[in-house]
Design a protein around this ligand. Sequence first.
Ligand code: NAD
Length: 388
Amino acid sequence: MNVARIVFAPLSITGWGALQQLVPEVSKFSPKKILVVTDPALVKIGLAERVTESLRQNGFAVEVYTEVVPEPPLEIGEKLVQFARGNRFDLVIGLGGGSALDLAKLAAVMAVHEGSVADYLNLTGKKQITQKALPKILIPTTSGTGSEVTNIAVLSLETTKDVVTHDSLLADVAIVDPELTVSVPPRVTAATGIDALTHAVEAYVSVNANPATDALALQAVRLIARSLRTAVQEGSSRQARTDMSMGSYLAGLAFFNAGVAGVHALAYPLGGQFHLSHGESNAVLLPYVMGYIRHSCQKRLADLLDYLGGASHLLSEEEASYRCVEQLVSIVRDVGIPQTLADFQIPQSALESLTQDGIKQKRLLARSPMPLGEDDIRTIYRAAYNGK
Ligand code: NAD
């Protein structure tokens, strides 16, 4: 076995009603001024106020920053950082989907660093993160990204996405309360749920997988496969929302430690060039990437079949891995996500520029069990376009 570095966020509080632990956790930091980074949708439904009022009633000074947009562009990150630097906060709370949580992480780190966010981007930045960030508490309101337990913040650039990544971005406390996800609309539930499934599947087949990440990934696949369809169709189901919250959280821990690979490498250009949501980009590519690399990780995909609701015991490894990919196709279809790039109105003429941006994601591609070069990436995009 390779040497494995396994990092879990220091403290996680999970389960229905976990949000009630926010004030006691905040108190431990004795903050003088708290920055809450949240999403306008959560202001609209009253969830942001529920959080800020509970803090104010307990005597904490709170400023709320709501200029969060889905798949945040770099400029939104730069603007928030200026705001954070100008205000001497000593605790940051992120409340929202991955977009709000990633921005909260950036604010907490960049408040104690010089220069622009662009200076710290993985692909093109020249500066290194060196300082411990402001303390941060992350509260996800979607079940998808796992951002509450990863050391990554993702930003949209002109034609692709890039990340700032360092352990300084890790939460001090993650509060994972499925109740907060009940209001997520079906389309977002579907896309974010497949995002979480992709994290677990890619972590399980990653070249960096190890027994600890396997345990997390397999349990995540089991919870997501049994509950995503219900969460989409019956958003108020406490059981389904709880499974999805835990599935997303476990998948986050799995992929943070084992990495994601080809699906994400090809999804980033789709998000960058065509503004597909992160979840939908992953969802449309997941079956095609897994189908293409299947023979390089046949045993692993055969294992996954049982956790996806199938039965592998009477099948050859080859047959079970094939059925695993079929299960992925059916779950994406059942939650109502379009099955091809053409269905998403991506023009065929864009496949070459997608390929050229996909090949740049070397950090992600390095975790694929099958090396993926330019021709492989082009072939996968073509298959995802044509649906075969
Ligand atoms: P999101 O945060 O963009 O939210 C999607 C939509 O759902 C938004 O319109 C938002 O307003 C709405 N929403 C969120 N919570 C809601 C609720 N409780 N009720 C009603 N509406 C709600 O979506 P996401 O998929 O969670 O995050 C995507 C971002 O996260 C992307 O930028 C992606 O690249 C990034 N990401 C980060 C990591 C990481 O480890 N940091 C991992 C994967 C993806």
